[in-house]
Design a protein around this ligand. Structure first.
Ligand code: GLA
Length: 380
């Protein structure tokens, strides 16, 4: 779709194009809001928007991918102007968060479309937030740095969309770099680009097409982690996240918390160690270890953290049976994709197998995407 043309036809003036990507994450799941490490990369799929100021005090937005009457939304910029359409809340939230940071956001027109599959665990919502954070910062001379743009997206989720997410998705979308994964320390926000070109392997996503929506269940996982931290902090000074908690400390509070909370928190401690092991393995080009850790993450997320589902478990198990190097649920969970590290020569047969067997079991094929790691937020 030619967004500039559509913009011109809709609004009678000219829009500027902005893009932000979705993301993958190699390992480090649900660690971001626990002060841990994550290993994401931006993908070549994302949200593109044509945007321009309109000289009014209202925003007029056209979502070209929506085919019913909810595709056009108009809203003002006061806190009380929150639109009813869920998708528009992301853009409204971004505007409000920019305004809270002192940016003089005024009315604008926008047309946007995207190619990140929705509800697939690839952060279509972060792509949307980052696109509008970047665009409003550019158009209204906000002078907000990239870290803060990522936080604008995160705070939008917290304050306008009901998801108490961490910083990984928005960070990856804003900071992505072609061909590189990023190791981010979510406590210090220090990060490093890791060129990722695993010779002889491919990263393939299999989308169960079980639409995941993050909300209550995600927030509950976070609350479990915070509850365990509170119990440990009552006994030890200087503990503010699970990052600081050891297995011994966990044992001390075992009888004080529910088994569910305990297992969820223990998963986070395990995942902390796995991320470190993967960093070491990547430095040695040891992808077999990377893959093994991915499986461990999957089964930890499934059995202990409780964010998998039947379809995801089926795909991870099948990957194991097919000799795939690594496979696990990616992102928040509750549906969406598995990320698979597959040896080149196994790729075609694995995908064929997965399509057939998944279809026999669930009545439809999973969608398959080969991962291409791309650049972050930008003006096109
Ligand atoms: C979602 C959240 C992220 C992160 C992941 C799980 O994508 O938005 O902040 O917590 O889930 O790793």
């Amino acid at each position: 779709m030619d967004l500039k043309k559509t913009f011109q036809e809709c609004f009678g003036h000219e829009g500027v194009l902005y893009f932000s990507p979705g993301r993958i994450n190699l390992i480090g799941e649900h660690t971001d809001y626990n002060g841990g490490f994550v290993f994401p990369g931006a993908v070549d799929k994302g949200i593109t928007a044509a945007v321009a100021a309109n000289g009014l005090d209202r925003c007029r937005i056209f979502a070209t991918d929506i085919t019913d009457e909810n595709s056009h939304v108009e809203f003002g910029l006061e806190e009380s102007d929150k639109p009813a359409e869920h998708w528009a809340c992301y853009i409204f939230g971004v505007c409000r968060e920019m305004i809270k940071r002192g940016v003089g956001v005024k009315g604008f027109d926008a047309v946007f479309s995207g190619n990140v599959p929705l509800g697939a665990g690839m952060s279509s919502s972060a792509a949307l937030e980052s696109t509008f954070a970047f665009a409003t910062n550019d158009i209204f001379n906000g002078g907000i740095d990239k870290f803060e743009l990522a936080r604008v997206g995160q705070d939008t989720e917290h304050n306008y969309c009901g998801v108490n997410c961490g910083i990984m998705d928005q960070f990856a979308s804003v900071f992505g770099r072609k061909g590189c994964l990023m190791r981010l320390d979510c406590r210090s926000m220090e990060f490093e680009y890791f060129p990722f070109n695993p010779q002889g392997y491919k990263l393939v996503l299999l989308n169960t097409c079980v639409r995941h929506t993050l909300g209550g269940e995600y927030n509950e996982r976070r609350a479990s982690c915070e509850n365990v931290v509170a119990h440990v902090a009552a006994k030890h000074e200087g503990i503010s996240t699970l990052r600081d908690v050891t297995y011994d400390m966990m044992e001390e509070i075992r009888s004080e918390v529910s088994d569910t909370d305990f297992r969820r928190a223990r998963y986070i401690l395990d995942e902390k160690e796995r991320v470190m092991a993967v960093c070491g393995a990547l430095e040695r080009n040891d992808y077999e270890t990377v893959g093994r850790k991915m499986y461990e993450t999957h089964w930890g997320l499934s059995h202990d953290f409780g964010v998998s589902c039947e379809e995801l478990d089926f795909l991870a198990e099948l990957a194991g049976e097919c000799g795939v190097t690594g496979s696990r649920v990616m992102g928040g969970g509750f549906g969406g994709c598995t990320i698979n590290l597959v040896r080149d020569e196994l790729c075609d047969s694995f995908i064929r197998n997965a399509e057939e067997k998944f279809c026999t079991r669930f009545g439809h094929k999973p969608e398959v995407y080969e991962v291409v790691i791309g650049d972050g937020s930008r003006r096109l």
